[in-house]
Design a protein around this ligand. Sequence first.
Ligand code: ADP
Ligand code: MG
Length: 233
Amino acid sequence: MTDQLISLNNLTKKYMNKEALNGIDLVLNRPGLVGLVGPNGSGKSTVLKMIAGLLRPSGGTVHVLNQKPDRRISRKVAYLSEVDSLYGYQRVEEAVTFFDTVFTDFSPKKAKEMLHELEIHLNDKIKNLSKGNRARVKLALTLARDVPILLLDEPLSGLDPLVREESLNLIIRYTDIERQLTFLSTHEVAEVEPFLDHIVFIKNGRVLLSENVESLRELKGKSVVEMMREVLS
Ligand code: ADP
Ligand code: MG
């Protein structure tokens, strides 16, 4: 069997009577940085949660690393949710230790290196950190895992421009584009586009386009931002 990283086949998801995903077909078989781009409510978080094994499909199939994901897929897939998931009562160092206990692939050394660069002190209480710093800690902990797939749900959203740039920088420097597939969702493509290898546009729970960014630029002679305006409008 060929190595499948992520494969979604006619995937649908209904919440009560709300159709969030309307038949998603998507195959991602190469490592690199992949953008999941679409407006609010288009289904980005739902797609990532399905890949993370946190939600069950209403129809269709999800395969991640050749298996149907359930919660145990978290051993191989790092998932950064859009909600604040750290424990406020912990110190940063305890959060690092916590991740180390939960995930065998976690590198405390790498996490501490990132935190040091970000000038976040291990002694600080999570609840006393600014929103930006909490987001950075969460991101550093996720990026310190050595896994084939990372799912980052809007890692830049709600942060001020400097923190966004720094966070993006961290993602680029601490993921291995040769070995890891980093699937990152955003509703603002402009700042990530220069770094994306592949882009997936989603709207109303449907994939409108899934394309290698370089061939997009070459074939269509358009920037991804221009493409997005066309595809999503
Ligand atoms: P995005 O992340 O792109 O903003 P979501 O995947 O969060 O989109 O949501 C897709 C659609 O499903 C939206 O219309 C949203 O309101 C709806 N939705 C998401 N989660 C739930 C839920 N738990 N219950 C009901 N509807 C939901
Ligand atoms: Mg979302």
